[in-house]
Design a protein around this ligand. Sequence first.
Ligand code: SF4
Length: 293
Amino acid sequence: MSTLSALPVTDQSALAIEGFDAPEHRLAGTGLAGLAETTLPREKRLEAMRVGELGSIHSWELSTAVDGPGTRLVVFLAGCPLRCLYCQNPDTLRMRDGQAVSAEDLLALVRRYRPVLAATGGGLTLSGGEVLMQPVFAARILAGAQAMGVHTAIDTSGFLGTACTEEMLANTDLVLLDVKSGIESTYTRVTGRALGPTLDFGRRVVAAGVELWIRFVLVPELTDAAENVEPVAAYAATLSTVTRVEVLPFHQMGRDKWATLGRPYALGDTSPPAPELTERVREQFRAHGLVTH
Ligand code: SF4
């Protein structure tokens, strides 16, 4: 889940970011540069994926001020079990659309960028798609990055939280948890899935003592009702390791991708929220004592 900015429409091989971050924060759209596709035959690939030596990657990029503190090397894994109406990167939803990349190659990329990440107080963020679609691979990358002294983060909807082992959590410094709605029926309308696993995963993250950022995508006439925001804020306030809430205003940067993919897009006529609405929602979180951006 990530979180939210639109990748170039022309980059159909690339993986989806689950975010609505302001594009000026993106330093570079680097696609898959530096990551070679594996040459393993198909049957060996499946085994390598099972043990986490291979992952399906959509793309990677450098970002700053989003996806975690400092400059981030953000890796977008392919595949997602949710079908959010507002997904800005519908080209990242299927694991088979990603490129098979070895953990070794990806960790070499992390090593290459380690100096710049360290100099800015940044690190590695695994996003998607949904990072927990490939938990064994993700766990291997997180462990390898932490062993290099690189700060690690995952951006997730938490829907597949049971796939995250305690060991994987121990190798994660920060979880960016996307809570897409507070009312169960609205959550299901937005994502096609149930809300409970997300809430359970957030509690597990707290029990493991891992820092949490909560993200909420604000979509007019979909997620903006005060009674839909309130349970998210109340929930976040119960989580002792939450240090930040991000209210992410919906935008239309992904609209053309839906058309390019020939898939129906339900929010084609939806406008970004007015600044007053965004502020009202942020204030709802602040009223619970949460540091909110
Ligand atoms: S469907 Fe939802 S969770 Fe999946 S990548 Fe898109 S916005 Fe993120």
